[in-house]
Ligand binder design. Structure first.
Ligand code: LLP
Length: 381
């Protein structure tokens, strides 16, 4: 990704800086991979809900995957057509269910029998007939960080396989609901294709079983989760979408007329964004030196929350500067407010601009005002 340093120098930091050209190239690659195939990609809005970013993705013709009523509203405002929006989440409130029905979204990913009953009742009361994809908990280990693995029985997500028949029967029998599909999501930042392949094999078993009982699903939604390269963002600026879609399409036994839906978030936006921060102090410690940034864990929570590492670069250091070792930290009063330890960076001075790479996904969207700080600024270039 390209950063216009001069432009960045004139803007207020901490700053989320998005590269529109790379985002469009990423979307173009997705469209090439699925052209002519029965595949629909729904962008997972939670990864980045910046209106400027959302608009580029909506303009590319993707659908949206939302997890709150406000995400549904934001997606529609950005230009996503309501009939391309699916809505997941274990705790949709009555208000949110009504908003989804009123907005005319494509379908709800329903996560429990309890939610199904409430949606049924509200649909009847308000005179809608919402489409439903039942979210199945397939009990698959995605071998990713335990905070972002979602398809295990111990997780709160989805309907347990032993209760799925009941949910299918309930939806089919209700005059207020339309059963359109099954939904799965096994976790996030998955870079090995094996868990996706394993998921597709489980899906095949399930749909064959239902087909033998005369029940067919129009939509098979396998969720999101495709990971990105945090270590080498320049070498792999666009994820291996071809490998991903080939794995899904070669393993899944789709019936004619059946559609494969995906909900990619991180893979679409992560590499297109960076967090730019100004060095407030270079502080000498006893046997180490600290770069103290004006960005903290409230601006980019991933390192503190998941132990994630975003590649760190100094974009204003002079070309022949000697390399030194630094710990890079934020200003927040928490020991976890650290972005990197023993980072080898060119000699850094107060006022330099430091970049945290691959921050386009789950960066700005997870920012908070902890310590009564302001939310980070953003620019799409
Ligand atoms: N679909 C569902 C039902 C999801 O729960 C998620 C992400 C996605 C799709 C999109 O997953 P993606 O393609 O982005 O991996 N904050 C964490 C990631 C949390 C992911 C939550 N669910 C992080 O910063 O790593």
């Amino acid at each position: 990704m390209k950063i216009d340093v001069e432009l960045a120098e004139g803007l207020k930091t901490p700053l989320y800086y998005y590269d529109k050209a790379l985002l469009e190239a990423t979307l173009g690659e997705i469209k090439r991979c699925i052209a002519g195939k029965p595949v629909k990609v729904h962008y997972a809005v939670k990864a980045n809900c910046n209106p400027k970013v959302l608009k580029v993705i909506a303009d590319a013709g993707l659908g949206a995957d939302c997890v709150s009523g406000r995400e549904v509203t934001a997606a529609i405002k950005a230009g996503f057509s309501p009939d391309t929006i699916c809505y997941a989440g274990v705790g949709k409130t009555d208000r949110e269910l009504i908003l989804g029905m009123k907005s005319g979204i494509a379908y709800f990913n329903v996560e429990s029998l309890e939610e199904l009953e409430v949606l049924d009742q509200l649909a009847k009361e308000y005179g809608y007939k919402p489409s439903v994809a039942l979210r199945v908990n397939p009990n698959i280990d995605a071998h990713t960080h335990h905070y972002i693995t979602t398809g295990l029985e111990e997780n709160k997500f989805g309907i347990h396989l032993s209760m799925l028949d009941k949910a299918v029967e309930y939806t089919l029998q209700s005059p207020n609901l339309e059963l359109v599909g099954l939904h799965f999501h096994i976790g996030s930042q998955i870079t090995d294709m094996a868990p996706f392949k394993y998921l597709c094999e489980k899906v095949n078993e399930l749909i064959a079983n239902y087909k033998s009982r005369g029940i067919e699903f129009k939509v098979i939604n396998v969720g999101g989760g495709l990971g990105i390269d945090y270590d080498e963002p320049d070498k792999n600026s666009i994820p291996d979408f071809k490998g991903y879609f080939d794995t899904l399409l070669s393993t899944l036994k789709l019936e004619p007329g059946q559609e494969l839906h995906c909900e990619l978030g991180r893979a679409i936006v992560a590499q297109c964004g960076v967090l730019i921060s100004k060095v407030t102090y270079v502080k000498k410690g006893v046997d180490r030196q600290f770069i103290i940034l004006d960005a903290g864990m409230n601006d980019l929570m991933r390192p503190a929350l998941y132990g994630a590492h975003h590649k760190i670069e100094n974009i204003t250091a002079s070309e022949n500067a000697p390399v030194e070792k630094y710990d890079v930290a934020g200003p927040i009063c928490e020991s976890s407010d650290v972005f990197g330890k023993d980072e080898m960076l060119p000699l850094t001075r107060r006022g330099d601009l430091i970049v945290l790479r691959s921050a386009g996904a789950y960066g700005e969207s997870m920012a908070s005002t902890y310590n009564i700080r302001t939310l980070p600024e953003s620019v799409l270039v």
